[in-house]
Design a protein around this ligand. Structure first.
Ligand SMILES: Nc1nc2c(ncn2[C@@H]2O[C@H](COP(=O)(O)OP(=O)(O)OP(=O)(O)O)[C@@H](O)[C@H]2O)c(=O)[nH]1
Ligand SMILES: [Mg+2]
Length: 250
């Protein structure tokens, strides 16, 4: 079971209009500060936040209670005057957890006494989170023959392919910066991942390395996924047999 919390700025659209037209720089500063603070507060509780949209952030919150959310909500209220809603969803897959979080917010199913935290009563199941850390093999040499914007355009195409492919497996892909992507998955087998790697190689001539991590919390799962990825690099650089996918479990 995956637990996902969607944090959204409430009444953001109408509020942005009150700032006049010289507002873009202020919105960018606000969004970047919000992401920083959310990553900071949730990582202290062993979770990892994913930059979904700049005004809406996903956090994988396995192991976190409603009270933990309330605590974070109160901290955020000290730093930001804007309202923030938190919608918590649980599901068998990350996609289902996202649907349930959204359903709770739309139907205004309030958790506890705080009216801006939505969700059904949380089930305490000790399930594991699986995160895949994907990284382009040799992006530095790709960048050497392309302009910076051509590289960005390629990264966007890869992200689009990845999102489509993994959404069909009920998994959620996020761009994490540079040539890095993370996918919150549920029991994806290595064969499916290999299919995706083949597709990208055929369509774009790009190879990905792929570290998989499984643990009780999202921060630990990401740590193991990155460790697996670093191990793939070590094997490659020591001249051993090429390996594109490696998995570590807590
Ligand atoms: N989000 C994130 N970004 C990273 C990480 N490691 C490196 N980066 C970024 O990714 C960029 C590319 O770095 P690398 O992937 O090491 O470069 P590369 O040439 O592709 O090398 P290999 O991946 O080893 O083949 C860096 O400039 C950083 O911006 C990471 O763990 N997470
Ligand atoms: Mg790379």
């Amino acid at each position: 079971m995956i637990q996902l919390t969607i944090i959204k700025i409430t009444g953001y659209g109408p509020w942005t209009l009150t700032l006049g037209s010289d507002r873009e720089h202020r919105l960018q500063i606000l969004q970047a500060s919000l992401y920083k603070e959310i990553q900071n507060l949730f990582s202290e509780k062993n979770c990892l936040a994913f930059p979904n949209r700049f005004d809406e952030i996903f956090v994988i919150t396995n192991g976190l209670s409603v009270n933990d959310h309330v605590e974070i909500q109160e901290q955020l209220a000290k730093s930001f005057q804007l309202g923030l809603s938190m919608s918590i969803g649980q599901g068998r897959t990350p996609y289902e957890a996202n649907l349930n979080a959204d359903k709770a917010r739309r139907s205004k199913i309030i958790l506890g006494k705080y009216r801006n935290i939505f969700g059904l009563p949380l089930k305490k199941e000790e399930d594991l989170v699986q995160i895949i850390h994907m990284d382009v093999d040799g992006s530095t040499s790709i960048s050497a023959s392309k302009s910076p914007y051509d590289v960005s355009s390629l990264i966007l195409k890869l992200y689009s392919n990845m999102s489509d492919f993994f959404l069909s497996k009920n998994s959620l892909a996020f761009f994490m910066g540079g040539d890095n992507f993370m996918i919150i998955s549920s029991d994806i087998d290595k064969e499916s991942i290999s299919k995706f790697l083949d597709l990208v190689r055929r369509q774009h001539g790009v190879s990905f390395n792929c570290g998989i991590g499984t643990a009780k919390t999202s921060r630990d799962a990401a740590k193991l996924a990155t460790k697996s990825l670093d191990r793939i690099r070590e094997l490659r650089d020591s001249g051993k047999k090429e390996q594109r996918i490696l998995e570590l479990t807590c």
